[in-house]
Design a protein around this ligand. Structure first.
Ligand code: PLP
Length: 634
C-alpha cells in the first residue's frame, strides 16, 4: 500500500478550503467532521456504521445540525462585529430564505440558533408563506415576503400583521401595490411595505439575468417613484419600510456586490429623502460558497470572505448615508446558500466499475485473415518496440474506424471485430503506460488518460442528489471518505444508477482546474468503498426529482456530543422513499398491483404449473420489494 501524507491528500481534494473548517482528514485517513469550535472530531465512517446498525442503508443524506447553527451564528456575529467597528448606527436583521432548503427541521434549527439575534425568515411563494407564518412567531424578527403575489398571498400577509409580526411585503411588480392597498383598506390593517429595485449593475456569472432592464423581478426607477406617489395619495407613505434588491445567487466576484451596494445605497437615500419611512436596507442573497476551494471568481467559487462581504455592505452603505445625510438604516440580508450548503452531505457506495477496455479475445493469427487485422497487428508490434507513438495512435484509430465500416458492410465477421478491438485496446493501454513515463506528453496523446478512465458506478441518482451538477454544471466536492492516507491510483468519473446517460458526475476540481475525472482508490474485493458528495445543503437537498422513480434518500440528523465516545449521536432518522410510495405519487395503486400479481400466480398454480409453496413465496417477494427502499440494496 502506497502511504500518502495528509498534505498530499489535502492538495488533491482541497478539503480545508471548501470545508470552511468543518471538514478535515484524520491521521488514519478518515474524513472527519468538526461541527463547531468546541466539538470533538466526528469520523464520518463511524456515522455510517452507526446508521447501518440502526437499519439505515446507503445512499443517505447526513445532516449536521450543529454546522447549520454555527453558520447562523457566524453571519450574525460577523455583522455585529463589523457594525460595531464601523460605528454604524443601524442593526443587522438577517432573514433566511426558506426556498434554499425548506425542510422543517432545517428551518426550525435556523430559527432556534438565530433567536438570540432576532434572525427572521423570507418566503417567496404562498406555500412558503404559510410555513413562515406558522414558524416565525418571534415579534422582533423580520418576515420578508418576496415573489409574485395574488390576493390570498397578500391577505395572509395582512393576517400576520394583525398578529403583531414584523411582516414586510416586498412589491416586486407595480400591479401588486393597488391590490394590496385595496385589501389593506378592506381589512383595515396597515401593511409594512418593501420596494424591490431592478438594479442596473451587470451581475456576472451564471445569474447575470437577475439584474438589468430585462430582470424578471423588481421595479424600475419610475415605477418606484410612482409607488411612492400612490402611497402618498393614500396617506401611507410612511409604510414604505424597506428597500430591497437581489442580484442573483452565488455571486463569485466581490466587485458585483460593491457596485450593487453603491447603486442600492443611492436609491435608498433618495427614497428616504422623499419622505418614506425607510428603516431597512435589504441587500438580498448572493453570498457565495467556495464549492471548488479555489478562492477564485470562477462560477463555483468566490473570491472573497464573509468578513469582506459584510464590510463591503456596512462601510459602503455608511459612506453613502453619511454623504447624503441620511440616518443609517438596519441591514437585512437574505443569505440561504451560505447558511445551509455545508450542513448536509450524501454518502453513497460504489457498486461496480465500468471499464472502457474489455476482456481480451483470442487474437492469434489465423489463416486468410483480413488485411485490417494484419494492419492492426503491425501497430501492436510497433507499440511493443516503442516506435513513433503519435503515428501508431492515429493509425490505430483509423484502422478501428475502417473495421467498423467493414463490419457494417458485412466484410468482416463478429469474431474479426472482437480480435480488432482487443488489439486496439491493448495498443491504447500500452500507449497510456508509455505516456505516464514521459516527461512531455504530445497533445494528441494527452487525452488518453481520460479516454481510458473507468467510471465508478455509485448507488445514487444525480437527478435526486446533485441536480445542479446536471442542470447548471455546478461543481460539488466529491471525495472518498476513507483511505485518505493511501495514494489514489485510479482516475475515474462517477456514474449513477439511473438509466440516463446524463446521470454522471464528470467535473471535478484538482490542482490544474476542472477535470473530467477524479483521483480515487482501486476497489478492494469484499471491501465497501464510500464516497461523499459534499455541500449539498443548499438547493440540492430540496430540488431533487423523481427521475427513474428513485425518490428521496434515507436521512439521518447528527449532533455532536463531547461526552459520547465517538463524539456524536443520531437524533433522528427519516426513512427515504419505498417503491410503493414513489409509485403512488405517479397514480399507481400498489395494493391493486400486488393483487394483480397474486392473481397471475394463483392461475399458474391452479393449472398445476407451479407448486403452491413457491407461488406464495413469489407473491411475498413482490410485496417485500414494494415496501423496500428504491435504491440498490447493500
Ligand atoms: C433565492 C433568493 C435568495 C437566496 O439567495 P442565496 O444566494 O441562496 O443566498 C435571497 N433572496 C431572494 C429574493 C431570492 O430569490
Amino acid at each position: 500500500m502506497d502511504q500518502w501524507s495528509r498534505e498530499e491528500a489535502e492538495k488533491t481534494y482541497n478539503i480545508t478550503t471548501w470545508g470552511e473548517g468543518y471538514f478535515d482528514i484524520s491521521p488514519d485517513g478518515d474524513l472527519v467532521v468538526k461541527p463547531s469550535n468546541e466539538s470533538k472530531d466526528i469520523i464520518l465512517r463511524e456515522v455510517v456504521e452507526e446508521m447501518r446498525a440502526q437499519g439505515v442503508s446507503l445512499p443517505a443524506v447526513i445532516r449536521f445540525h450543529d454546522v447549520l447553527r454555527s453558520q447562523v451564528k457566524k453571519i450574525n456575529l460577523t455583522f455585529r462585529e463589523v457594525i460595531k467597528t464601523a460605528n454604524f448606527q443601524g442593526k443587522y436583521c438577517g432573514v433566511y430564505p426558506v426556498k434554499v432548503n425548506q425542510m422543517r427541521e432545517v428551518v426550525e434549527e435556523i430559527i432556534d440558533a438565530g433567536e438570540e439575534f432576532n434572525y427572521g425568515l423570507e418566503a417567496g411563494s404562498k406555500p412558503e408563506l404559510l410555513s413562515v407564518l406558522a414558524y416565525n412567531s418571534n415579534p422582533n424578527s423580520l418576515t420578508v415576503l418576496n415573489g409574485y403575489k395574488d390576493e390570498d398571498y397578500l391577505t395572509l400577509a395582512l393576517m400576520g400583521r394583525q398578529l403583531g409580526r414584523k411582516i414586510i411585503i416586498v412589491i416586486e411588480k407595480f400591479s401588486e401595490l393597488p391590490k394590496l392597498l385595496k385589501l389593506s383598506q378592506e381589512h383595515n390593517i396597515k401593511p409594512l411595505i418593501g420596494l424591490r429595485g431592478k438594479m442596473s449593475i451587470k451581475s456576472r456569472g451564471r445569474w447575470a439575468k437577475s439584474t438589468g432592464d430585462r430582470a424578471k423581478f423588481g421595479l424600475s426607477i419610475s415605477e418606484m417613484l410612482k409607488a411612492v406617489e400612490l402611497m402618498e395619495e393614500h396617506g401611507l407613505k410612511d409604510c414604505i419600510k424597506l428597500f430591497h434588491f437581489h442580484i442573483g445567487s452565488q455571486i463569485s466576484d466581490i466587485r458585483t456586490f460593491k457596485e450593487a451596494i453603491s447603486e442600492g445605497a443611492r436609491i435608498f437615500t433618495q427614497l428616504y429623502k422623499l419622505g418614506c419611512g425607510l428603516e431597512y436596507f435589504d441587500a438580498g442573497g448572493g453570498l457565495g460558497v467556495d464549492y471548488d476551494g479555489t478562492r477564485s471568481s470562477s462560477d463555483s467559487s468566490v473570491n472573497y470572505t464573509l468578513s469582506e462581504y459584510v464590510a463591503d455592505i456596512v462601510y459602503g452603505l455608511k459612506q453613502v448615508c453619511d454623504i447624503e445625510n441620511v440616518p443609517h438604516p438596519n441591514i437585512v440580508t437574505e443569505s440561504g446558500r451560505a447558511i445551509t450548503a455545508h450542513h448536509s452531505l450524501v454518502v453513497t457506495n460504489v457498486v461496480d466499475k465500468i471499464s472502457v477496455t474489455q476482456p481480451n479475445y483470442d487474437t492469434s493469427v489465423t489463416e486468410g485473415e483480413h488485411i485490417l487485422i494484419e494492419n492492426m497487428r503491425v501497430m501492436h508490434s510497433w507499440v511493443m518496440s516503442e516506435e513513433n507513438y503519435q503515428e501508431i495512435y492515429n493509425e490505430a484509430i483509423q484502422i478501428k474506424e475502417q473495421s467498423l465500416s467493414a463490419f457494417n458492410l458485412g466484410v468482416i465477421s463478429l469474431k474479426d471485430r472482437a480480435k480488432l478491438e482487443t488489439l486496439y485496446w491493448q495498443i491504447i493501454e500500452n500507449l497510456l503506460d508509455l505516456c505516464r513515463k514521459m516527461e512531455f506528453v504530445p497533445e494528441s496523446l494527452s487525452e488518453l488518460e481520460n479516454t481510458l478512465s473507468p467510471q465508478y458506478l455509485c448507488n445514487f441518482s444525480v437527478f435526486q442528489s446533485a441536480a445542479d451538477h446536471w442542470a447548471i454544471d455546478q461543481l460539488l466536492p466529491v471525495i472518498p471518505i476513507t483511505r485518505l492516507n493511501e495514494k489514489p491510483t485510479v482516475s475515474c468519473s462517477i456514474a449513477d444508477i439511473t438509466c440516463d446517460s446524463d446521470g454522471i458526475i464528470d467535473k471535478f476540481i484538482n490542482r490544474d482546474g476542472i477535470t473530467p475525472t477524479m483521483a480515487i482508490h482501486e476497489l478492494k474485493p469484499e471491501e465497501e468503498y464510500l464516497i461523499g458528495i459534499f455541500l449539498t445543503g443548499a438547493y440540492q437537498d430540496v430540488m431533487g426529482d423523481m427521475h427513474n422513480l428513485f425518490g428521496r434518500l434515507h436521512e439521518v440528523h447528527v449532533y455532536g456530543d463531547n461526552d459520547d465516545p465517538q463524539g456524536f449521536y443520531i437524533e433522528e432518522i427519516i426513512k427515504g422513499n419505498t417503491a410503493s410510495s414513489v409509485l403512488s405519487t405517479m397514480q399507481y395503486n400498489p395494493e391493486y398491483m400486488a393483487q394483480k400479481m397474486k392473481k397471475s400466480v394463483t392461475k399458474i398454480v391452479s393449472e398445476g404449473k407451479l407448486a403452491p409453496r413457491i407461488g406464495v413465496r413469489w407473491v411475498d417477494f413482490y410485496e417485500d420489494c414494494l415496501t423496500s427502499y428504491t435504491y440498490l440494496k447493500n
